[in-house]
Design a binder for this molecule. Structure first.
Ligand code: ATP
Ligand code: MG
Length: 460
């Protein structure tokens, strides 16, 4: 249905008639003066790999995002290598090399903690490949020539090969020109390339936002119409791509661009929630700009923290509803967390471990508001204190709860024994209760140990 509809709108030919991407056999070769890559930015381990492969008679290049980043003067975060050696041949040349992947085998080569991906040139795909009913390529394992490998890559700026030995860049699809003109252009027929792999639509948006490039009109135009094809992509893959998007250091810009291209709507409930939730907008904006800042400073961000933040206001809403229905605060929070996680898992496949970390971060929140007795000391020992505390600070900064709670915790975490005791004593005085405006106010509740756990029991 969708396929037919899209064809009708775009006037696209059936998949047997279209050639996806034309293979340019002869690349433009650029020397160091022309491309201007700073060899200092090239990873020593990438050079080790290309050199070893070349010494053994194979072709080997740094490829993809790393070349793109090198050409824009950015230090690449990882290096991928492309070669004409088969995975078996690559594996034999390195001590710590592992063949992974079933659909298409690649080799992970490790030096200490550094992991590099070595991929054998892929051959032409589309025509013979197994596809789903919407034209998405399911399986294709063919190895091929370098020019065929180039034609299968997504964007012109991602289809360049750099040989560290000769310092030459091979450009098959006009990537250099597009880099200079700051243009994102898909290789081949946009409609066909999106149909083969709808995730490319998310990738366009990520790269446009991250690199601050303009999307070429022919590359951009089909997206609004073809966006629903993302629904057919396995949820785990969408999750991976979303995670890349959110940890690109430009998450806010990416989400805005997704919205602009009409890609957020109905595709992923998560994005609907994030972008159309006025109450949580400030919270989400703060969370994402925090994340962007951390990434830009080279710090790590935890996916669980990120997704916990994105979904927090949905949890809050459901938490309120469960409490209003008579549930006690803590079980109500767990029920709300279950609801939100279950709904997301259907479409976005949040991994189990990430889901359980998110739940921890949420479950800590009401406990931060209980600043008397032994609870704060127990919290200090909590494995995820840092994440929970950072989350609490976000809640303060967004105006959801009183900033005094965050300040109290900062003082408590940083304080020595005597200072901590003093902080607890302060809180134990009746006048100081009730700062929280989040509605959890568990302090005011009577002891509830033996209270009936209706909903929790029903859930078991
Ligand atoms: P990043 O800096 O975010 O890692 P990247 O371009 O390296 O960007 P990867 O996902 O690491 O992105 O992919 C490596 C390369 O593999 C890309 O540069 C591109 O050439 C190719 N590639 C990745 N995904 C696709 C896809 N869906 N379709 C076609 N080619 C792809
Ligand atoms: Mg990469």
């Amino acid at each position: 249905m969708i396929k037919k509809f899209i064809r009708k709108i775009l006037g696209v030919k059936s998949s047997s008639e279209v050639t996806t991407a034309k293979s340019n056999r002869h690349p433009v070769a650029l020397g160091p003066k022309e491309h201007g890559i700073n060899p200092q930015l090239v990873s020593a381990n990438a050079i080790r790999i290309t050199q070893t492969l070349q010494e053994n008679g194979f072709k080997a290049f740094v490829v993809g995002g790393a070349v793109r980043d090198l050409l824009t003067g950015v230090k690449p975060k990882d290096f991928d290598i492309a070669t004409n050696a088969t995975p078996e041949q690559v594996k034999r040349l390195f001590r710590r090399a592992f063949i992974i992947g079933r659909r298409f085998q690649i080799v992970h080569v490790m030096f200490g903690q550094d992991l590099l991906e070595v991929t054998t040139f892929r051959g032409p795909s589309s025509e013979g490949a197994q596809k789903d009913e919407h034209g998405r390529v399911l399986r294709d394992n063919t190895f091929g020539e370098q020019h065929e490998d180039a034609a299968r890559r997504d964007f012109t700026i991602n289809a360049m090969y750099y040989d560290p030995a000769t310092q030459t860049v091979l450009d098959y699809h006009g990537g250099i020109k597009d880099i200079r003109q700051k243009t994102l252009r898909i290789i081949g027929l946009p409609e066909a390339r999106y149909r083969e792999d709808p995730v490319r639509m998310l990738r366009v948006v990520r790269f446009a936002a991250k690199l601050q490039f303009t999307i070429d009109e022919a590359t951009r135009a089909p997206i609004a119409v073809m966006a629903p094809l993302i629904n057919n992509v396995p949820a785990a893959r969408v999750f991976d791509e979303m995670l890349k998007l959110l940890t690109s250091g430009h998450a806010m810009a990416c989400l805005q661009q997704l919205r602009k291209e009409g890609l957020h709507h109905g595709l992923m409930p998560l994005l609907d929630v994030v972008l159309e939730q006025p109450m949580g907008e400030k919270f989400v904006t703060l969370a994402l700009s925090n994340t962007d800042e951390r990434i830009q400073q080279g710090k790590r961000v935890s996916p669980s923290f990120l997704f916990a933040a994105l979904l927090w206001h949905q949890v809050l809403e459901k938490w309120e509803a469960y409490k209003a229905a008579g549930e006690f605060p803590i079980p109500a929070l767990h029920l709300a967390a279950d609801d939100v996680l279950n709904k997301q898992t259907d479409s976005l496949a949040i991994q189990r471990k990430i889901g359980s970390d998110m739940r921890d971060i949420w479950a800590m929140q009401p406990r931060f508001e209980k600043r008397i007795g032994k609870t704060p000391y127990k919290m200090l020992e909590h494995q995820r204190l840092r994440a929970g505390y950072d989350f609490l600070l976000l809640r303060c900064a967004s105006g959801e709860i009183d900033t005094a709670i965050g300040e109290w915790w900062t003082a408590f975490i940083e304080g020595d024994g005597a200072q901590r005791e003093q902080l607890i004593n302060q809180k134990s005085k009746p006048a100081s209760t009730g700062e929280g405006v989040s509605g959890s106010v568990i302090k005011k509740r009577k002891p509830r140990r033996r209270a009936p756990r209706k909903a929790a029991a029903a859930q078991e």
